[in-house]
Design a protein around this ligand. Structure first.
Ligand code: IVH
Length: 670
């Protein structure tokens, strides 16, 4: 049971952490170092672990996401969430102001508030006694979806209201826009492209898709942010104007867009619009316009609403960043990971002040879905500084001369086979020497867990490839001192060291070598599984997909990927050239087939390079045994990180104790 002091400490920690979250995420102005923050967080996590009765859903430790839901519940908004009337032209804005004056029967200038209109997802957050209790989407305006658990993971949403400057009201409903910054969106799509997942069309879709995850732990990994711009029902605090709301929300810990502005009359809102439009490209997020609101709540109430939109507000939209043009051709680009991206080459067209003549078509599925053909007239969109994309084609403009496009079967850069693995949307080149992928391939090949070639860093790889000294991974082993010394930042000594390192890397285990080849979906673990089963490099050339599928843990993606890789003639040649240079797989030391026969191991503590089960499998495959308790029959005690009591006992008994490295050497893994 937690004592009163512990309970107080937990409360204090939460308050502190919430405050520092606010400084860091909302104000962008942290007061303490990351390390100090981590210390607070760790202490809280530890206390919550030890005293489960103290856990609460609003603890800052819970931002990682609650367990997945079956489906979302619904939330009825106390006050409906209205939508906005739109204006595209200045005259419409002037007309909006005139209408308001007519309605209010006044000639006096109206006081407005102008705000950026972010393109994201509208949400409402409910706080009772300062605690975040429910969060929902706008839905149809009356009822939305209950996405409380997902919203809890967004760091810029306070879980408790701050009260340093002003006490929080009894009840507070706040409204705002959840969005994703353009850079974060690009990064997310890049990762999705690499793992063959479908891409989000724009930051708005990415934000919406992330918020609608039934598994909050997925939302927790998405870089979502929020700006608040309004209130719903509030009990225990009166507000007189929109401006007062925008000034007060930050005191309770909410993020309000710093670009909001009070405007004395309608002209000032139009100037504001122009200014923000100019700023548009520089801001990290996308906007689709500005929102103009009558400042006084008294006037807002008098104005009321028509057809679900308030008379007191207007969305003044920016010109769409879209244009129509003709697709002259579709070309294929090969990226650093071997991904083939179809790109439309178009008649040049200006969109949002920039000339565009290329637009991405993402992948074959997207082309098929949109039925894009060469010669089509297409709507092209430029969102933020994202690569322009083809939104749709205008079929009514077809002449009949349009041609369908299909992905090439051979890589346009290196001629190797192009493969689309099961479950992936992306076509990829399997060529190990494809110039588009070469630098990445070499980096992987040389990395610590692969061939471990010390001294072969990024800068050096760039030079070797750019100067044409290395055209594939095998070329590395044919480098001479004369090749290396003229390179930048290379002296005789470092050249010698690199050649030594290359020499030392020539006898990898089969698993390491397979991993080093960088075959798609074949990571370190799968390489080990494959190496244990197939046992020799030769077998990799002959193995069929069916045989591979019989191995536990091997699915169709891996099976197809391996078979296609080894079937590629160019890849076979590179491996042969590696062998000619002296790269030979080190056979595990074996006596007969069971080199560990009669030897018993015991594991304690966590291993770094493998799980306990993998280690056990390895030992057993080599004929050895694994004991679960300390005893005289144990030959080797393998000690990992944070060993348990078995370690002490083993020392008492004077058993032979080895670390993970020695273990690996013993079984011929390194
Ligand atoms: S006010 C009645 N202010 O635009 C007022 N909306 O149709 C309703 N939006 O998706 C909204 N930024 O989430 C308001 N500063 C802002 C806004 C904003 C973005 C979104 C809103 C909704 C749409 C309104």
């Amino acid at each position: 049971m937690a004592t009163k002091e512990i309970e107080e400490r937990v409360k204090w920690l939460r308050k502190e952490i919430e405050y520092h979250n606010y400084r860091y995420y909302v104000l962008d102005d942290p007061e303490i170092s990351d390390a100090e923050y981590d210390t607070l967080m760790r202490e809280l996590e530890e206390l919550e672990r030890r005293y489960p009765e103290l856990r609460t859903p609003n603890s800052p430790t819970q931002r990682v996401g609650a367990p997945p839901l079956e489906e979302f519940g619904t939330v009825t908004h106390t006050i409906p969430m209205l939508s906005l009337a739109n204006a595209m032209e200045e005259e419409e804005v002037i007309e909006f102001d005139k209408r308001i004056k007519r309605f209010l029967k006044t000639d006096e200038d109206i006081d407005y508030v102008a705000e950026p209109k972010l393109d994201g997802v509208a949400v409402e957050l409910v706080y009772l006694k300062g605690e975040f209790v429910v969060g929902s989407t706008r839905g149809d305006g009356v009822t939305g979806e209950d996405i409380t658990q997902n919203l809890r993971t967004i760091k810029t949403i306070p879980l408790h209201l701050i009260e340093r400057e002003e006490p929080h009201p009894e009840k507070l409903e706040v409204r705002g826009e959840v969005y994703m910054e353009v850079e974060d969106f690009k990064e997310l799509n890049k990762k999705r492209q690499q793992s063959g997942e479908s891409l989000f069309a724009n930051p708005r879709n990415a934000a919406a898709g992330s918020l609608r995850q039934l598994d909050p732990s997925i939302t927790a990994q998405r870089p979502l942010k929020i700006f608040l711009y309004g209130i719903g029902e509030v009990r225990g605090r009166e507000f007189e104007s929109q401006w007062e709301v925008l000034q007060t929300l930050p005191k309770w810990g909410f993020r309000v867009n710093p670009l909001v502005r009070r405007c004395d009359d309608i002209r000032a809102t139009i100037d504001y619009y122009k200014e923000i439009n100019e700023l548009r490209e520089e801001l990290p997020y996308e906007m689709d316009g500005v929102v103009i609101k009558v400042n006084s709540f008294e006037l807002q109430n008098r104005l009321g609403e028509v057809s679900r939109s308030p008379r007191w507000a207007l969305a003044y939209k920016f010109p769409a960043k879209e244009a129509t043009t003709r697709i002259i051709d579709i070309k294929v680009q090969v990226g650093r990971t071997g991904a083939l991206t179809p790109v439309a080459e178009m008649e040049p067209v200006r969109i949002g002040g920039v000339e565009v003549k290329r637009a991405t078509l993402h992948n074959q599925d997207e082309i098929d879905k949109k039925d894009v053909r060469i010669g089509d007239t297409a709507v092209v969109q430029r969102a933020g500084d994202v690569i322009p994309e083809v939104v749709k084609v205008i079929k009514s403009k077809r002449s009949g001369a349009e041609r369908k496009f299909t992905m090439p079967e051979k890589c346009p850069v290196c001629g190797a086979e192009v493969v689309r693995l099961p479950g992936e949307a992306i076509h990829r080149c399997v060529g190990i020497s494809c110039p588009a992928q070469l630098k990445g391939r070499i980096r992987h090949f040389a990395s610590k867990r692969a061939m471990d070639i010390d001294g072969l860093g990024v800068k050096l790889i760039d030079q070797l490839v750019d100067k044409g000294l290395v055209k594939n991974i095998a070329d590395l082993y044919y480098l001479s001192e004369d090749d290396l010394i003229p390179l930048e930042r290379m002296a005789e000594k470092s050249a010698e060291n690199l050649l030594d390192a290359l020499q030392r890397s020539k006898h990898p285990s089969l698993a390491r070598f397979i991993y080093a080849l960088g075959i798609r979906h074949v990571g370190e673990h799968i390489s080990q599984v494959l190496a244990q089963r197939l046992k020799s490099l030769d077998k990799f050339y002959r193995v069929t997909e069916e045989e591979l599928l019989e191995i536990p843990e091997i699915g169709p993606e891996v099976a197809q990927s391996v078979v296609r890789f080894f079937r590629e003639r160019g890849n076979q040649e590179v491996i042969e050239r590696l062998q000619k240079a002296g790269v030979q797989i080190a056979e595990p030391k074996r006596q007969g087939e069971e080199p560990l026969k009669g030897i018993t191991f015991l594991f304690t503590g966590a291993l770094e390079g493998m799980t306990r089960n993998e280690a056990k499998d390895l030992v057993e495959q080599l004929g050895g045994e694994v004991a679960t308790s300390v005893g005289k029959r144990v030959d080797y005690v393998v000690v990992g990180k944070d060993p348990g009591s078995k370690y002490a006992k083993a020392r008492e008994l004077g058993l032979k104790i080895i670390d993970e490295g020695e273990f690996k050497r013993l079984i011929g893994l390194t």
